[in-house]
Design a protein around this ligand. Structure first.
Ligand code: MSP
Length: 585
């Protein structure tokens, strides 16, 4: 036995050192190449996934895929937030063991993320052992550094928000029965008076440090509107925060290290998930603080005030970026189980396809204001932009009637002289001013798109691509290649040039659309004959022949025709979108 252990040890030793050597090389490389850990919020498992959850994850997925396109080292983590009073109560109500209950719903979230093509690299559950270790280590550091003390917490608690609230954060309203009740002014959820002996975190020590951090990191919270909101919060009183609950009231959670009568506050537990994924407490330096959090506006305070304060208290840097998005309403109303208007993502994928659903959410999801979801809007947008504009353009240049040779086209400089030569035009020159404008706009598109991504304005990136698709359709329309006679050499030269320019534009759109509509982009690029290793922005070489360079795409055979890029949706077939098909718990 000891021999086996000895052998196992001697075998594993080199592995450990190779691993740590690899990690340190990787760390340096990740830092040099602008590596980042992208995170989504982790989702409460008291109910199944809905449209709003998918929106949060989709934004992060899209940023992740876009970085991969630029060959930036990135990880994407998501997962489920499984402790706390509301999960404990939901499991009790379902008559289930809490862990089994959490596993069922967590699997449901994961299945929806797989279905919607979320390219996560890490899926964390807060009930996992390695997360428990990270929370215990983090708590111990906060405690040893003197930021946790025992006190009596007296105030309001909102279970749905798992949030402690001050008097100024609550208000009176009349409930349905006409009774006067106290609710959170922000979420509208009912609050209950709580008086318990708790551990408190010295949040009040961090006001000026948080302000300094924000002043020196103007892009830490994005978009600007939310940055200003956080600054505003910091002008107000910042009382110490209760970071534990009495075990007698909250059993479903991680016990406070060294005090089995107290449970760690669910938000402290949940926020530490980001460190757990980064490898805390041993290996987090590879990624921390190169972390970009995507969060909804309702959980901004937790991420932009509590979390950076916890991190500073533990001697760690705050995250590099916090990207904030707003919410989806349905027909102008907040989604709620009682209204029966909660939108099921799987149902949407069935109706609009996975890519259609992804495109709609990302094209319409403006981060700084709430957006409204309704069937007619989805149909109209997808038909106009994916079916007619993009699909139509591909069809125009690849359909056998227009392109009997089924190739990428050939470029003729005499038909499309470059910018310098265009004023002493040869008779054969056919390109007009608008054509030069088109190629200039498309040439600048990757930089424009990247800027929008960096500003967390994915919808603007998609708008810019759609504008270019329309300009390219106009280019095609303007020159009416179907009227050119391919048996006349000059006309054929121009016809082939039109096809080449159109295909090059489409190659650009297909490449740039990969983070948003991976399947459609794949179909488009495959049809153009673009190989898998040719689908990044590195060495893209847009319109190389126009610039007098060799172009490996010129004259290339097109890939097989696998059908329409995106089928038009029938506007009259208005199906009712159902709420989430929550598994029976
Ligand atoms: N468990 C916490 C997060 C902890 S992160 C350390 C939580 N979970 S949640 O399930 O309630 O919400 C997760 C995310 O979904 C949040 O970013 C929230 O904003 C988002 N959405 C919930 N409803 C939404 C809409 N109607 N629209 C868009 N996003 C919405 O909070």
């Amino acid at each position: 036995m000891s021999w086996v252990c000895g052998r196992a040890l001697s075998l594993s030793q080199p592995c450990v050192s190779v691993l740590s050597a690899w990690r340190s090389v990787h760390r340096r490389w990740a830092q040099r190449s602008g590596g980042a850990l992208l995170t989504t919020p982790i989702f409460y498992v008291n109910a199944g996934p809905h449209l709003g959850h998918v929106h949060s994850v989709l934004l992060a997925d899209c940023l992740h895929r876009e970085r991969a396109l630029r060959r930036r080292e990135t990880r994407l983590s998501t997962g489920t937030d499984e402790h706390g009073l509301k999960i404990q109560q939901a499991a009790e109500a379902a008559g289930k063991d809490p862990y089994q209950f959490c596993s069922q719903v967590s699997d449901q979230f994961r299945a929806v993320f797989d279905h919607t093509l979320i390219s996560y690299t890490d899926y964390i559950r807060t009930t996992e052992e390695h997360h428990k270790r990270a929370v215990e280590a983090f708590w111990t550091v906060l405690s040893e550094r003197g930021y946790i003390y025992k006190g009596v917490y007296e105030g309001w608690y909102s279970t749905p928000d798992e949030s402690f609230l001050t008097e100024s954060q609550v208000m009176h309203i009349q409930d349905q029965k006409g009774n006067l009740v106290k609710v959170s002014s922000e979420s509208g959820h009912q609050v209950y008076w709580t008086r318990e002996e708790n551990y408190m975190f010295k949040l009040s020590d961090f006001r000026s440090l948080l302000l300094k951090w924000l002043e020196s990191h103007k892009h830490a919270v994005y978009p600007e509107k939310f940055y200003q909101i956080v600054l505003q919060w910091l002008q107000e009183d910042l009382p110490d925060l209760s970071v534990s609950r009495e075990r007698s009231r909250l059993k479903w959670g991680i016990p406070v290290p060294g005090d089995s009568q107290q449970t760690v506050y669910v938000w402290l537990d949940a926020l530490v998930n980001y460190l757990t994924v980064a490898g805390y407490p041993e290996a987090h330096h590879s990624w921390w603080p190169a972390v970009h959090h995507v969060v909804g506006k309702d959980i901004l305070k937790f991420h932009a005030i509590y979390w950076p304060a916890f991190l500073m208290a533990a001697g760690l840097a705050p995250p590099e970026r916090i990207y904030v998005h707003s919410h989806w309403t349905v027909h102008g109303q907040k989604m709620s189980k009682s209204l029966g208007n909660v939108v099921d993502p799987i149902d949407c994928c069935g109706q609009y396809t996975v890519d259609g659903f992804r495109y709609f959410l990302l094209r319409q999801g403006v981060p700084d204001r709430d957006c409204d979801f309704y069937h007619e809007k989805v149909v109209q947008l997808l038909n106009a932009e994916l079916a007619d504009a993009l699909g139509g353009l591909l069809n125009r240049c690849s359909a056998p009637a227009m392109n009997p040779a089924q190739d990428y086209g050939f470029f003729s400089n005499s038909c499309f002289p470059n910018k310098q030569d265009r004023f002493d035009r040869a008779v054969s020159a056919r390109a007009v001013e608008e054509d030069y404008q088109l190629i200039e706009v498309v040439e600048n598109l990757p930089v424009e798109v990247q800027t929008h991504y960096e500003n967390f304005q994915i919808y603007k990136a998609l708008e810019a691509i759609d504008t270019c698709v329309r300009l390219t359709n106009r280019f095609f329309q303007r020159h009416m290649p179907w009227k050119l006679d391919r048996n006349k050499p000059f006309e054929k030269l121009w016809l082939d040039t039109i096809m080449y320019v159109t295909m090059e534009c489409l190659r650009m759109y297909g490449t740039l659309l990969q983070p948003v509509v991976p399947s459609i982009a794949d179909k488009l690029l495959s049809r153009l004959g673009v190989a898998q290793n040719e689908r990044t922005l590195k060495d893209f070489g847009f319109l190389a022949r126009y610039h007098g360079k060799y172009c490996s795409f010129e004259g290339r055979k097109l890939g097989p025709d696998t059908g329409v890029l995106f089928h038009r949706l029938d506007p009259h077939k208005s199906q009712k979108i159902r709420g989430p098909s929550i598994i029976k718990l």
